[in-house]
Design a protein around this ligand. Structure first.
Ligand code: ZN
Length: 56
């Protein structure tokens, strides 16, 4: 169980590092689907989710 916990922590650390690297490259993470996308003007949603939201 301790091992699984450790692996989970490592996985989370990896994910965090990946996100940090993506952010360093100018990517944001969609608040809706959690996928990385290029935010041009500080958008919180990716294009797909934005389309869905604005379509109503
Ligand atoms: Zn999205």
């Amino acid at each position: 169980m301790g091992q699984a916990k450790k692996e989970l922590a490592e996985q989370e650390a990896n994910e965090y590092r990946q996100r940090a690297a993506m952010k360093g490259k100018g990517y944001s993470f969609c608040q809706h689907c959690d996928l990385p996308f290029k935010a041009i003007d500080g958008e919180l949603l990716c294009e797909d989710c934005w389309d869905e939201v604005t379509k109503g």
